[in-house]
Design a protein around this ligand. Sequence first.
Ligand code: ACO
Length: 334
Amino acid sequence: MCAVDKTAIGFLGLGAYVPERVLTNYDLEQMVDTSNDWIVTRTGIRERRICAPGEGAVAIATESARRALEDAKLAVDDIDLIICCTFTSETLCPSAACQVQRNLGATRPIPAFDLAAACSGFIYGCSVAASFIRSGVYRRVLVIGVDAISKFIDWSDRNTCVLFADGGGAAVLGQVEEGHGLLGQSLGADGSGADAIRLLSSGVADPFSATAMNGHRSTITMNGHDVFKFATRILGTAVEEALADAGQGLKAADLDLIIPHQANVRIIESAAKKLKLPMDRFVINIDKFGNTSAGTVPLAMNDARQDGRLKPGTLFAVVAFGGGLTYAASIWRW
Ligand code: ACO
């Protein structure tokens, strides 16, 4: 077992998957008191993907993982650890990660577990993966960021149903050429904001009462204003902290690309202002996919790679915030 250099841990492959069914703002106009104009101007979202009946986080995770392995030209048995970052799996036990391992046809007992850090999950997961690789415990780790939030939405609550959606992505992490890979990171959580976004799974807090059964306890509730305030403060700060961790005198202006969590385009605009960067430095696909929580960052990375913005040598930051309240940013050279 030999430790590898911090800067030499990077992405060997990427993949993403979204369900086929498209739900547009115009569809939502028929369901709740909202309008396409309000949703576009207040959030930047035009349409989102929603799981078909029988489809869920595990199916999205499995297909994303399959694509990431194909991109890395690796088989599942080449992987030493599977981390599935999600809070919307169909089951708390078994974990989504174990089901993905089975679905991919692993013939080795590859360790697998879920990681719950809401929308920051994928960046937390990459950090855990990098630690295992750096310490020499594992060589290649499959990290999946996925959420199927449509399963936990109250479709009569316009505060949440216009924002969230289903989708995900996956990455294989391992050793890369020196000078590439992970350069710095900042992970954090502010538990004092724990009540700002909540999903009380199926009345677990009070399982035997009638109110628990009938009181929308299995759908997401959110204080949008509190989350918005936290997000606009933390996105820029997290990137600055990760840049400081990277050292080498790196500044925001050196970043070729910022791949942020896609929760609200106004939150991204405020981060751009704080970092004094033009908006064209940010990857934005919220218009097509809405907020897929742990899925947004790998989905946006995959989009950026496909349209040629993320390529060998690109210096980029990923950054997210979410329920918890959690936040995470990391700096990489592709
Ligand atoms: N359609 C139409 N009107 C609406 C809607 C809607 N869907 N929702 C609210 N409104 C109305 C309000 O009632 C209000 O009307 P009023 O002025 O007559 O009182 C008006 O629009 C403005 O409402 P605000 O809540 O002030 O709207 P705001 O501009 O703050 O946007 C939003 C709300 C989009 C929720 C914003 O606060 C936000 O993006 N917050 C962050 C949410 C977020 O990022 N969540 C994800 C966390 S990630 C995770 O871990 C799962």
